[in-house]
Design a protein around this ligand. Structure first.
Ligand code: ARG
Length: 493
């Protein structure tokens, strides 16, 4: 069994498994094992370029690292007796390449800058994946909105029928929210994608290393300027988690509506069976479980943000081992959020909207009354407040008719709408939900014309974020390919 080579010099005795496991970050480090190999490779290439390591030894290390990249990191490297994957991979390297070569890779660096670099390498990839999933979700919402430009439905405030709108308007409301979530993630990406490597323990190093070279090889846009900040900063994790927390609040609101809309009271939507569960006792049940789990995950992601914030807030400069305990929260937040967006896209894409039920409800509870008040202003010269009051009184009487409006007008100081030419047909027309939608041609509203324009604009915005994501992905791919070329050369292949 391999020993943790890092302890051997300073500390005596073996520690028992309980203590070793308590200290080890190995479980969470599975997420950064591949990143650690890339970081090792970039560091090696730089050491070699700077002539800090001989050709022959660099070749041996390069061959070992390439072997692990191609065949997978041996399971032994993940033994929890190692404090972390950095020690695990170094142990593997020394076993494979020998101490004369393998024992040289850790010069001019520390696990402190190593882990900070790995976390950034891994999480920038996760950001791009989630942003990509958000794009899929957004395109599904836009497509669905396009199909439902003419689907009239009730809009709510205070969860009371308020005014008619369209399903397209409702779906695009979420799409806009998700587009901001995407912006926030991609904005965070700019700060995540900076390299701490070469900061060593915190005070940099006396070896003449080239931090820009390792940064380039790893696809970073820049290096972090201060080595003390570089090893101890986890605000990048907070930024990712805050963007994800906000995103999940939007996800959760949509889930809440899907849950509400699938209830027998509402019946606005039928979710695909795949996204639902049944009851172990009530054979008739079809429950919207995916939406509920997702609403729950919005809580766990917010919890992950909170856990990281509380972990870092009292830490003095620079590296403190507490930092290790926040990493699993970052992964948990990222995993829950990533899985949710993929499932949500599928759930919306397969949902069957009950457009008849929506129409049926669209003028319930006098929800077209605003348009009638507006009509009294536009065509019959009343101040809005007077019109609002007259229509409100008619509603209070229980029905809106020429008679109840006349009565209300009389109460409001003897205003006769009939005298001004208001007919029963004009009232009916104003109260028709389709009329309401047709009049809402102001930017941002549900009218058909502005909605069509909005859809075009949303498609452009989506294309723009897709392009940005692709640019980042290609830059990372190119960097990794170049790094492999350098490694193969060092390995003498
Ligand atoms: N496993 C540690 C972490 O995740 C990195 C190692 C730093 N260890 C140390 N003793 N300085 O943060």
């Amino acid at each position: 069994m391999r020993q943790d080579q890092i302890r051997e010099g300073r500390l005596s005795g073996e520690r028992n498994d309980q203590i070793a496991r308590y200290l080890s970050s190995m479980e969470a480090d599975r997420k950064i094992a591949h990143a650690d190999l890339l970081v090792d490779m970039a560091h090696l290439a730089m050491l070699s370029d700077q002539k800090l390591i001989g050709e022959e030894q660099a070749g041996m290390i390069a061959r070992s690292l390439l072997k692990m990249k191609r065949n997978g990191i041996p399971e032994e490297a993940f033994d929890e007796r190692f404090e972390d994957i950095h020690a695990g991979i170094e142990g593997e390297l020394i076993a494979d390449a020998g101490i004369e070569a393998g024992g040289r890779l850790h010069m001019a660096r520390s696990r402190n800058d190593e882990v900070a670099t790995c976390l950034r390498v891994r999480s920038r990839q996760d950001i791009l994946k989630i942003a990509g999933s958000l794009s899929v979700l957004r395109s599904i919402l836009i497509r669905s909105a396009e199909e439902h430009i003419g689907t009239v439905m009730p809009g709510f405030t205070h969860l009371q029928h308020a005014q008619p709108t369209t399903l397209a308007h409702h779906l695009l409301a979420y799409e806009e929210a998700f587009s901001r979530d995407s912006e926030r993630l991609l904005d965070a990406y700019r700060r995540v994608n900076r390299s701490p490597l070469g900061s060593a323990a915190f005070a940099s190093t006396g070896f003449p290393i080239d931090r820009r070279m390792t940064a380039d090889l790893l696809g970073f846009d820049d290096i972090l300027g201060n080595s003390m900040d570089a090893v101890s900063a986890r605000d990048f994790a907070l930024e990712i988690l805050s963007a994800l927390t906000i995103m999940m609040t939007n996800v959760s609101r949509l889930c809440e509506e899907l849950i509400l809309w699938s209830s027998a009271f509402v019946r606005f939507v039928e979710l695909d069976d795949a996204y639902c569960s049944t009851s172990s006792i009530m054979p008739q049940k079809k429950n919207p479980d995916c939406a509920e789990i997702m609403r729950g995950h919005a809580g766990s992601v917010a919890g992950a943000f909170q856990a990281v914030a509380v972990s870092v807030k009292g830490l003095p400069m620079s590296y403190n081992r507490d930092l290790q305990t926040l990493t699993p929260h970052l992964w948990r937040g990222i995993e829950d959020a990533a899985a949710s967006i993929d499932i949500l896209a599928g759930m919306i894409g397969t949902a069957a909207f009950n457009t008849e039920r929506m129409r049926e409800e669209s003028d319930r509870g006098f929800s077209t009354a605003t348009e009638l008040a507006d009509t009294l202003v536009r065509e019959f010269g009343l101040p809005f407040r007077t019109a609002h009051n007259i229509v409100g009184r008619a509603v209070r009487s229980g029905e809106i008719t020429t008679a109840t409006l006349e009565e209300a007008g009389r109460e409001m100081g003897g205003i006769s709408l009939a005298e001004r030419g208001l007919s029963a047909e004009r009232i009916q027309q104003a109260l028709d939900p389709d009329t309401v939608i047709d009049t809402r041609e102001v930017a941002g509203g549900p009218g058909k014309g502005v909605m069509q324009e909005a859809i075009l604009r949303r498609r452009d915005a989506l294309k723009e974020s897709e392009m940005m994501i692709t640019t980042h992905i290609h830059a990372l791919q190119r960097a990794e390919e170049d790094l492999m070329t350098v490694l193969r050369r060092l390995a003498g292949e």
